[in-house]
Design a protein around this ligand. Structure first.
Ligand code: 6PG
Length: 241
């Protein structure tokens, strides 16, 4: 099922998403041992991560929470463009999350294919098969409607047995070499949460949600149970209702 949630701005969107995520984590951990969360890159989730890390939406059982990434730029974790660095400086800045529970994509391996293979092994160690992967995967949306590092005009939609692959982003993106979970792995999640805000994303959101444009990888994100879109009014104006 797909649910669309609209908010006045990114701050209220982030607060609501943090609340919903904490509630889901707490309820699932009442019936299972651990919770696996794949994090989105980019800048949109920053405020959400800050609120989760500060437990502003409620306490989190960090020792039972495992953090992954849906994709990563192939740069060192100290690089300002690193998705891992964003999480280290926000969600993990103060949270007592055990280091063993944090599973970044290892961009210190060369060539990038080695890093992708190492991350795939990490995922295979956690998930018996790619049909049932993360409890939740957080996803952003680019202005070109890419998500994770699955870009339109690339083989992102092709059938693949890979769980993780090296992707060369189109020239307009600031880091060309990326490492990304494939669609089957993203769709193996129980639920997916898209976060998008700002007028720059309006056309992309419209193409996915209204036009269901099948040329866009984001249109093919169909998790096992629940798909939620957290949008602000700037990218999802009321007239869409
Ligand atoms: C990345 C992300 C990517 C991101 C979108 C939106 O590594 O860049 O995984 O999919 O979520 O590009 O980025 P913003 O939130 O910065 O607009």
């Amino acid at each position: 099922m797909t649910r669309i949630h609209r908010f006045a701005d990114l701050e209220t969107l982030s607060r609501a998403a943090a609340r919903a995520l904490v509630e889901d984590i707490q309820s699932r951990l009442a019936v299972q041992d651990r919770y696996t969360l794949a994090l989105a890159g980019g800048s949109t989730p920053q405020r959400l991560y800050e609120r989760l890390g500060a437990e502003a939406a409620g306490p989190l059982p960090w020792e039972r929470l495992h953090l992954f990434w849906g994709d990563e730029r192939y740069v060192p974790p100290t690089d300002p463009r690193s998705n891992h660095r964003l999480v280290q400086r926000t969600l993990l800045a103060d949270a007592p999350c055990p280091a063993a529970n944090v599973h970044p994509i290892p961009t210190d391996r060369t060539p990038p294919e080695t890093a992708a293979a190492a991350y795939e092994q990490t995922l295979r160690r956690f998930f018996a098969d790619r049909g049932a992967t993360f409890d939740t995967v957080l996803l952003g949306l680019g202005a070109d409607a890419h998500t994770a590092s699955l870009f339109p005009e690339t083989p992102a939609l092709g059938q693949t047995d890979d769980w993780v692959r090296v992707v060369e982003a189109p020239p307009r993106h600031d880091v060309s070499t990326r490492i990304s979970c494939t669609l089957p792995v993203l769709n193996g999640a129980r639920q997916a949460i898209f976060l998008a805000a700002g007028p720059r994303k309006r056309a992309a959101v419209h193409r996915v949600l209204n036009e269901r444009d099948k040329s866009l990888p984001a249109t093919h994100v169909q998790p096992r149970s629940q798909l939620d879109w957290y949008l602000d009014r700037a990218c999802w104006p009321p007239k869409h209702d």
